[in-house]
Design a protein around this ligand. Structure first.
Ligand code: MTE
Ligand code: MO
Length: 490
C-alpha cells in the first residue's frame, strides 16, 4: 500500500472538521460525546456524503454536468482536506482521483439509459399521461439512491479493512518488543488509603483516559519512527527508535490530566512511565539563548507548544516508550510520546511525537492555543470525591468518604472535607512517593439518616489552598470544589 489509511479522504475531511471547529464547541462535543466523538463524526461525514450522492443522482436526471460538478466539489473538498494533513503527497490524492473517475463512470452508466427513457417519454410520439412515468421515475430515484448508499457502504468496509490490517501489524510488533531497562510498576502499599471505591492509585492502562483529535490513530513501526530536534539549537539531532532505547532510562509515577477535565471528572490517570530524559537530549542539541518554547508535532499533524524550562529543568520530562511496564499502547502514542510532570496534556504530552522545533512562543501557534486555550497550561490543583458517588444510598453510622487529590510537581500537603455546610475538617492522606502523582485521601464521619452534601478541597505543598471559585475548563483548566450529594438510610 503506497499510502496510509490516515490519509483516507473520509478521515481527512473528518479531521478537517474537527480542526475548524471553534475551541468552545469542540470542548463541549468532547464532554458530551466523550471518546465516542470520532466514530460519530466519521458517520456524519459518510452520511452527508451519502446524501450529496443521492442528490447528485437526482440532478443527473436533468443534467449529467450538474452532478459532475457536485462530484467535483466533493472531490476538491477531499483533496484540500488531504493536502492539509501532515506529510501527505501526490500519491495520497490518488484515491480521490480514482473515486472521482469511478463516480463519473458509474453516473454515465446509470443515467444514460434513464435519460433515453426519459426522452422517449417526453417525445410527442409517446402517449401522454401514461401512469408508467411517475412509477418509473420513483424507481430510478430509488435505484440511484440505493447505488449511492451501496458505494458508501463499500467505502466504509474498504477503509475499515485497511485500518485493521495496518493496526494488526504494528500491534504484533508491539507485542513482541522487549525493552531492556523498563521495569514493572510496583505500587507502594502506603499509597492505598483503604476505602472501597476510591480510584486505584495506579490507573490500569485499559482504564486510562484517551484524548486525541486523530480520527484514525497513527500506526508507526518502531523501525520507521524518527524524531527530529531542530530550530534554535547548536546542533540538529535526529533520533531513531534504536538510538532512543539504547540510552539510559528514567522512570517515574506521573499523573497525567486533561485541561478539559471538569471538577470531579475522570480525564485524569496515574501511570508508571519509562523513557529518556528530554533535558539530556536538549542539552546535546544545545538550546540557544532566547528560545522559550518547543513546538512539538505528532505524526498525525497535531501540535503543541511546551515551555523549554519545563523540558530542561529537574522534573524529568521524558520521551516515554513504556506505560505501566509495557510498550506504549498504540492509542497512548506508540512508539514514543512526551510526558511532562506538572503540565496539562494539551501543551505537553504529544503522542506519536516526530518533530520538536526549539523556538519562541511569540512565533508559534499550536492546535489548541489556536482555538483559544491558554499558552502555558500548568496543571491546577484539584481534589475529587470518589465515594460516595452522587445519589448513592449508604447505611447509617460511620460513613467512609474518600477520593484523590493532585497538584503535579508541587504535591499535596492536606485535604479537607466539609459536609452539610459545616466547617472544614482534615481528611487523612495516604502516602505519595512523588509530588508528580496524585494522592488518595479519606475521612470517616458519623452521619444521621437523611440527605447529605459533602465537598472537598486540597492544599498544596506551597501552602496554597484550592479555590472554591468555579471556573470553566476553557481557557486553562477548571477550578472549584467537588461536591457530592447522597443519602444515608436508617
Ligand atoms: N498526537 C496527539 N497527542 C496528544 C493529543 C492529541 O490530540 N494528539 N492530545 C493531548 C491531550 S489534550 C491530552 S490530555 C493527552 C492525553 O493522553 P492520553 O490519551 O494518553 O491519556 O494527550 C495529548 N497528546
Ligand atoms: Mo487534554
Amino acid at each position: 500500500m503506497a499510502m496510509t489509511i490516515r490519509e483516507s479522504p473520509v478521515v481527512a475531511v473528518a479531521e478537517l472538521v474537527i480542526r475548524l471547529t471553534p475551541g468552545a464547541v469542540a470542548e463541549k462535543v468532547i464532554s458530551v460525546l466523550g471518546t465516542n466523538d470520532k466514530p460519530f463524526l466519521v458517520l456524519m461525514v459518510l452520511l452527508l456524503t451519502g446524501l450529496v450522492f443521492a442528490w447528485a443522482g437526482r440532478l443527473a436526471q436533468r443534467s449529467v454536468w450538474a452532478s459532475a460538478i457536485v462530484f467535483a466539489a466533493l472531490g476538491i473538498l477531499g483533496a484540500v482536506a488531504v493536502a492539509l494533513q501532515r506529510g501527505t503527497g501526490v500519491v495520497d490524492q490518488l484515491p480521490i482521483l480514482v473515486g472521482f473517475v469511478t463516480w463519473l463512470v458509474a453516473l454515465s452508466l446509470l443515467t444514460a439509459p434513464l435519460q433515453r427513457a426519459e426522452q422517449a417519454l417526453a417525445s410527442p410520439s409517446s402517449t401522454a399521461g401514461t401512469p408508467a412515468r411517475p412509477a418509473a421515475h420513483h424507481r430510478r430515484s430509488f435505484l440511484i439512491g440505493a447505488g449511492a448508499m451501496g458505494a458508501v457502504a463499500l467505502a466504509v468496509w474498504f477503509v475499515g479493512d485497511i485500518v485493521g490490517r495496518g493496526r494488526r501489524h504494528v500491534e504484533e510488533t508491539r507485542r513482541l518488543l522487549r525493552l531492556n531497562g523498563v521495569s514493572e510498576p510496583a505500587v507502594p502499599a502506603s499509597t492505598r488509603v483503604g476505602v472501597d471505591g476510591v480510584s486505584p492509585w495506579m490507573t490500569p492502562t485499559s482504564d486510562f483516559y484517551r484524548i486525541h483529535t486523530a480520527i484514525v490513530v497513527p500506526t508507526i513501526e518502531p523501525s520507521d519512527w524518527q524524531l527530529r530536534i531542530h530550530g534554535m539549537v547548536d546542533k540538529e539531532i535526529v533520533l531513531s527508535y534504536q538510538d532512543l532505547v539504547a540510552r539510559e532510562f528514567t522512570e517515574g509515577w506521573i499523573t497525567l490530566n486533561c485541561v478539559s477535565n471538569t471538577v470531579g471528572g475522570n480525564l485524569v490517570g496515574n501511570a508508571w512511565w519509562s523513557g529518556v530524559r528530554l533535558a539530556d537530549i536538549l542539552a546535546e542539541a544545545g538550546v540557544q539563548d532566547g528560545a522559550d518554547a518547543v513546538l512539538q508535532t505528532s505524526d498525525d499533524g497535531w501540535t503543541c507548544g511546551t515551555p523549554v524550562a519545563a523540558l530542561t529543568d529537574d522534573r524529568n520530562a521524558m520521551l516515554a516508550i513504556a506505560m505501566n511496564g509495557k510498550p506504549l499502547p498504540i492509542d497512548h502514542g506508540f512508539p514514543v510520546r512526551t510526558i511532562v510532570p506538572g503540565l496539562y496534556g494539551y501543551v505537553s504530552a504529544t503522542k506519536w511525537v516526530v518533530d520538536m522545533e526549539v523556538t519562541q512562543f511569540s512565533k508559534i501557534a499550536a492546535y489548541w492555543t489556536e482555538k483559544g486555550w491558554g499558552e502555558k497550561g500548568p496543571v491546577k490543583m484539584a481534589s475529587r470525591i470518589d465515594v460516595p458517588r452522587a445519589g448513592d444510598e449508604v447505611p447509617a453510622g460511620s460513613v467512609a468518604i474518600g477520593g484523590v487529590a493532585w497538584s503535579q510537581h508541587t504535591g499535596i500537603s492536606a485535604v479537607e472535607i466539609a459536609y452539610d455546610g459545616g466547617d472544614w475538617q482534615p481528611a487523612e492522606l495516604a502516602g505519595a512517593p512523588t509530588d508528580d502523582a496524585w494522592v488518595q485521601w479519606k475521612a470517616v464521619v458519623d452521619l444521621e439518616k437523611g440527605d447529605h452534601v459533602v465537598r472537598v478541597r486540597a492544599t498544596d505543598k506551597d501552602g496554597l489552598v484550592q479555590t472554591g471559585v468555579e471556573r470553566d475548563v476553557l481557557p486553562d483548566g477548571a477550578t472549584g470544589w467537588h461536591t457530592v450529594g447522597f443519602t444515608v438510610n436508617a
